[in-house]
Design a protein around this ligand. Structure first.
Ligand code: ATP
Length: 232
């Protein structure tokens, strides 16, 4: 569904991506792992058109061009690092914003649909998003992305700053969205352990390049991946 070939990106003098190639097959969960500064976030930014890049990116068989709005309209939803929740707006206002690329005005059935995944949402609909817990804000960010009815969901470090139990709950929901709705997911994670449990395939980045990639089960058995990223 998504294919990157030789993607490069820089921030002024800093070359963040040095030729990234990766594939996300339709219906799969793919993880991008790596240490701080390896280029994980920039990889997602290159796809969503929020950083200038060269190289080729294809989505659903067509070249992907343009900025964030064009990419969102093409069917890609990006939950950025730090979640991008509008803290002053209510939960339901955040959800409605998630559907901004769609013409549909009556979003009530979509709100019901995403609330099935996050049953606490209806009770909190009128609460300012900034007063939610960190875990709830991360879930709201995912719910908001689902309002766009994406074909591909990109998640940037959903575990950031959250307790292990909440992280497991978020990844459980991601797994079920994939299994039950066939949603394709590209997830960037520092927590390699949980990412490898969820994804079928993973790419490990090192200073802007893919250092190792393969099926998650094989990577879990790989000595150097285990030592560098799994800590055992
Ligand atoms: P982290 O896990 O810490 O978020 P990452 O793997 O997501 O790391 P990126 O955020 O993609 O890494 O950063 C890749 C490189 O680009 C790093 O060297 C970083 O310092 C640099 N970089 C990222 N954003 C900017 C920016 N806005 N301006 C300048 N350099 C940047």
């Amino acid at each position: 569904m998504l294919r990157l070939d030789g993607v490069e990106a820089r921030y002024g003098p800093v070359q963040a991506l040095r030729g990234i190639s990766l594939e996300v097959p339709e219906g799969s969960v793919v993880a991008v792992l790596g240490a701080n500064g390896a280029g994980k976030t920039t990889t997602l930014r290159a796809v969503s058109g929020t950083v200038r890049r060269s190289g080729s990116i294809e989505f659903a068989g067509k070249p992907l061009h343009g900025g964030p709005e064009a990419v969102a309209r093409a069917g890609i939803a990006h939950v950025p690092e730090g979640r991008g929740t509008f803290t002053e707006l209510t939960v339901v206002e955040n959800l409605r914003l998630g559907a901004y690329t769609r013409r549909e005005r009556n979003l009530d059935s979509d709100i019901d649909r995403v609330s099935k995944w996050f049953p606490w949402i209806p009770d909190r609909a009128q609460q300012p998003a900034g007063t939610l817990s960190g875990g709830e804000q991360q879930m709201l960010a995912v719910a908001r992305a689902l309002m766009a009815r994406p074909r591909l969901l990109m998640l940037d470090e959903p575990s950031l700053g959250l307790a292990p139990m909440i992280v497991r709950e978020i990844f459980r929901i991601v797994r079920e969205l994939n299994e039950r709705e066939g949603l394709t997911v590209l997830v960037v994670e520092q927590d390699a352990r949980i990412a490898l449990q969820t994804a079928s395939t993973a790419y490990v980045l090192e200073v802007g390049r893919v250092a190792v990639s393969g099926p998650s089960d094989e990577l879990k058995e790989n000595e150097s991946v285990r030592r560098s990223y799994l800590g055992y």
